[in-house]
Design a binder for this molecule. Structure first.
Ligand code: ADP
Length: 264
């Protein structure tokens, strides 16, 4: 039996991609897509050639977070063309394929895996410095698939996004353990919505003083990248699908995010 032709096709596509980074989270709603989007904007602003692949098939938020809602994917003889935000930032998401964004995507594992395979095989990224992959929360079929499909070409590592709460951290431990089991390096953990960018009296829900991700990282032997505060300006940038690094847009969170990216 010869090599799997799909894996061969994926390896060919990935031959022009220098670095592949997975963005993971234990739970939904912790800011994984926001981080993926802003990491991509930041890398692009540093003049890297960047691709952002959204494999959160049941809840794709990337089109909105990059201001690309309602765009359609085009096909050429080279494959599916990503949608470009800028000449050096291309995006691919199942969100571009859904006729109605309000419609639920109810797919079983094999169909999701099929689409992930197709994304890796058929998207014509061209030369990329970074492929940022926004994964769904948790460790499910999609995660096993992406790791398996990219095994031959290698994944540089994963960044795990969490909030400071123990409830979120419990699931991050599972992500770290997943990465260890499948041999993906944890590049670091980001503690998001950690404290507030603006003072608000008697607001303790996002209190970041206790333990949190830093302590867990130390315990699990993985790098801690830092804390991004709960920042209304970052939330607004995500809603409006724009970079938080431009102008004065996110005074508090943008320098923090930039510092994290420099550590990678
Ligand atoms: P996930 O991808 O983990 O499900 P999202 O990235 O979709 O989470 O974020 C959920 C919501 O929280 C979004 O509306 C986003 O704009 C907002 N958000 C994320 N991080 C921050 C932050 N640091 N400050 C304020 N709002 C944030």
């Amino acid at each position: 039996k010869g090599p799997d032709p799909d894996l061969v096709a994926i390896a060919e596509r990935m031959a022009t991609v220098k670095h592949k980074i997975l963005i993971l989270s234990g739970k939904g709603g912790v800011g994984k897509s926001t981080f993926s989007a802003q990491l991509s904007f930041a890398l692009a602003s540093l003049d890297f050639q960047v691709g952002l692949l959204d494999i959160d098939i049941c809840g794709p938020s990337i089109p909105k977070m990059l201001g690309l809602e309602g765009q359609d994917i085009h096909q050429s003889n080279l494959g599916w063309s990503p949608i470009y935000v800028e000449s050096n930032l291309g995006v691919m998401s199942v969100g571009f394929m859904l006729p109605n964004p309000d419609e639920a995507v109810i797919w079983r594992g094999p169909r999701k895996n099929g689409l992930i395979k197709q994304f890796l095989k058929d998207v014509h990224w061209g030369e990329l410095d970074f492929l940022v992959v926004d994964a769904p929360p948790g460790t499910s079929d999609e995660h096993i698939s992406i790791v398996q499909f990219l095994q031959a070409t290698g994944i540089d590592g994963a960044i795990i996004v969490t909030t400071p709460q123990q409830v979120s951290l419990i699931d991050v431990r599972k992500e770290v353990s997943f990465c260890k089991k499948v041999g993906v390096e944890v590049l670091g953990v980001v503690e998001n919505m950690s404290g507030l960018s603006q003072p608000l009296t008697d607001f303790k829900v996002f209190d970041s003083s206790a333990g949190g991700a830093a302590e867990m990282c130390q315990e699990m032997g993985v790098p801690f990248l830092g804390k991004v505060p709960l920042d209304p300006q970052l939330c607004k940038a995500a809603e409006e699908g724009r970079s938080c690094f431009e102008g004065q847009s996110c005074r508090v969170s943008a320098p923090v995010l930039r510092g994290m990216i420099e550590k990678l």
